[in-house]
Design a protein around this ligand. Sequence first.
Ligand SMILES: [Zn+2]
Length: 46
Amino acid sequence: MYGNTEEELLTNAKKHGMEVHGYTEESWNEEVSKNLDHFRKLIKTS
Ligand SMILES: [Zn+2]
């Protein structure tokens, strides 16, 4: 993963989620809002 700011990292994570895991924009946003801490950790370790 690449990106300098958290916003950029989230954008890249979203792209990955949509391309690799088949999330839609809507389902991705839902996941992120439910699991923001989880995604922060994911982003930082990937
Ligand atoms: Zn993945």
